[in-house]
Design a binder for this molecule. Structure first.
Ligand SMILES: Cc1cc2nc3c(=O)[nH]c(=O)nc-3n(C[C@H](O)[C@H](O)[C@H](O)COP(=O)(O)OP(=O)(O)OC[C@H]3O[C@@H](n4cnc5c(N)ncnc54)[C@H](O)[C@@H]3O)c2cc1C
Length: 512
């Protein structure tokens, strides 16, 4: 996100260097770092020895709850006759959110294999913890040789889980040596390793993300199906049946979904359905020879740019829009920049034309009827015609005609007590993450004030409209007020993250 420092992960494993007392002191000394780290978007973790974990967990909970606690290993089974092993269930229970796995010393001294490390990683994930997997090459060689040696260490983990993983890269040949590996070498290897990590689907585990708040947050996997503001009750459908949840304060943040059978947003049927929908979509794109994108808002333009970049020369990609220009509402020079770039990516444009009807043929193709009377048959039709608010469970009197939740200047839901809302479902701003993030922060601040008996503060929803649209992988356009955003700025904000996993980190260095 623009203006926010990129996420960094910094931490230490204490190996077997300290005793109970010095470990406790070390953790107390680290605690004051927590607020600084948080304000700079740095995730800190500490991994003490097993016997210090319980005391460390108590200290961190009281003094620095945002510092993550990790264990130096775990077994791949949850419990049973495994004398001497450490259960991931117990680690989770005492407050660990990370498990360090496959350290070079464990691989060398205890013969741990990639397959065993993968089984342990799966167990950590199963218990809501993030595996911190140590990787590295044994012998000094070229960057290519190092990457080839690390590849199976990474791939064996990515094969067993789609959840968040942190890979900690360290050249094994440099551990404990008087001269460390050069920064240039480490950065070159890490750059290639990131590409390998990027080949995995992009999903982040909600329970793992919430683990830092320990027992202060209960995560319920389910869908709100009804809201009764009079009895202050939400009905939630879960896999094990219906559950009634009463509340003192309720925050609505159920966002929006795509209008049509396209995987632009997560499926309400859950993570597996979202993942399967994306895989199906990838296959459809791969085999289609002709693709029509309907609608030239930010989603349509970005999709056309992505497809043009990847397939512009060997598939027929067409963008059809009813509006007179792309990205209706942006200044004309921003729209024409997008138009020119899409043409360079071999995307055909049809402006001022509405898709009035669609029907699927027996061969799976789609026939589109256009407002100019033409009929077009395409292998794949991708509608990008807006988003629908997920507010079916909210009483109608709280919604406007589009189905958005009506909020006041404080982001409180109008006409009801103790209900707040943020994100795509509110009626005060367009559905953009930049606004969602600000609204969420404003609601959190107001809840804090109200709970302390103070006045809520008005949310400022004015300011220059902003929009950043990627055009392929290396360019982009957008607006900040009436000003056009330079391509480089858009690329810095969005483009360079494309194809990079946001949830898998790579820690480099010699702290392990
Ligand atoms: C293709 C695309 C690209 C985008 N690119 C950008 C961009 O570059 N920059 C930008 O600022 N914005 C962008 N946006 C907009 C951005 O994604 C949204 O503004 C943002 O996701 C809204 O966040 P949210 O938390 O309000 O809702 P959502 O992200 O929609 O999350 C809502 C969550 O609630 C869950 N949910 C829904 N119904 C229920 C229920 N009844 N009970 C329980 N849970 C429920 C959903 O499963 C989902 O997990 C893009 C949107 C799309 C579609």
């Amino acid at each position: 996100m623009a203006g926010q420092a990129p996420k960094r992960t910094v931490g230490v494993s204490l190996k077997m260097y300290f005793n109970l007392e010095s470990t406790a002191q070390y953790i107390r000394d680290c605690a004051p770092l927590a607020p600084h780290a948080l304000s700079r978007n740095v995730d800190i973790f500490i991994i003490p020895d097993f016997l210090s974990l319980t005391a460390a967990s108590t200290t961190l909970r009281l003094e620095a709850p945002t510092i993550r606690l990790g264990a130096q290993d775990c077994f791949w089974e949850d419990n049973g006759a495994y004398t001497g092993e450490v259960s991931p269930v117990v680690l989770k229970h005492i407050g660990c959110s990370l498990v360090e796995l496959g350290h070079a010393e464990r691989r060398r001294l205890f013969g741990e294999t990639d397959a065993q490390v993968a089984k342990k990683a799966k167990a950590a994930v199963r218990n809501g913890m993030t595996p911190l997997v140590c990787i590295g090459e044994k012998t000094k060689g070229t960057v290519e040789e190092a990457v080839a040696e690390c590849r199976p260490q990474i791939e064996s983990i990515l094969e067993v889980t789609e959840e968040e993983i942190i890979f900690a890269y360290e050249p094994v040949w440099a551990i404990g040596q008087p001269k460390p590996a050069s920064a240039e070498y480490v950065v070159s290897v890490a750059k290639e390793l990131r590409k390998l990590c990027g080949k995995r689907p992009v999903f982040a585990s909600i329970p793992a993300g919430l683990a830092q708040y320990k027992d202060k947050v209960e995560f319920v996997l389910g869908a709100a199906s009804a809201l009764d503001p009079t009895s202050k009750t939400v009905t939630i459908s879960t896999a094990s049946g219906e559950r009634q949840q009463t509340y003192d304060i309720l925050v609505l943040a159920t966002g929006s979904r795509a209008n049509g059978d396209v995987p632009w947003k997560s499926s309400l049927a859950g993570y597996e359905a979202t993942r399967d929908g994306l895989h199906k979509f990838q296959e459809q794109v791969k085999v289609a020879k002709s693709i029509v994108i309907g609608g030239a808002g930010p989603t349509g333009v970005e999709t056309a740019g992505e497809l043009g970049f990847e397939y512009g020369k060997n598939k027929e990609i067409t963008l059809i829009t009813a509006g007179p220009q792309l990205l209706v509402g942006v200044p004309p020079h921003v729209a024409s920049f997008a138009e020119n770039d899409l043409k360079k990516l071999h995307v055909k444009l049809l402006k001022g034309t509405k898709i009035t009807n669609t029907s699927t043929s027996s061969t799976g193709q789609t026939e589109l009827t256009l407002s100019n009377g033409d009929k077009v048959t395409v292998d794949l039709y991708l509608p990008t015609i807006g988003l629908l608010p997920n507010t079916e469970y909210v009483p109608k009197k709280l919604l406007n005609e589009k189905g958005d939740v009506m909020v006041d200047q404080f982001l409180r839901v109008k006409g009801v007590e103790s209900v707040w809302a943020a994100g795509d479902i509110v009626d005060c701003q367009p559905g953009q993450f930049v606004y969602t993030e600000k609204q969420a922060a404003a609601v959190a601040k107001n809840l804090d004030l109200v709970l302390k008996g103070k006045q809520a503060v008005a949310y400022k929803s004015d300011g220059d409209p902003m929009l950043a649209v990627a055009l392929g992988r290396s360019r982009g356009t957008g607006r900040f007020g009436n000003m056009k955003l330079p391509s480089l700025v858009v690329w810095l904000v969005k483009g360079r993250n494309m194809g990079m996993p946001k949830q898998s980190g790579l820690v480099m260095g010699t702290a392990f």
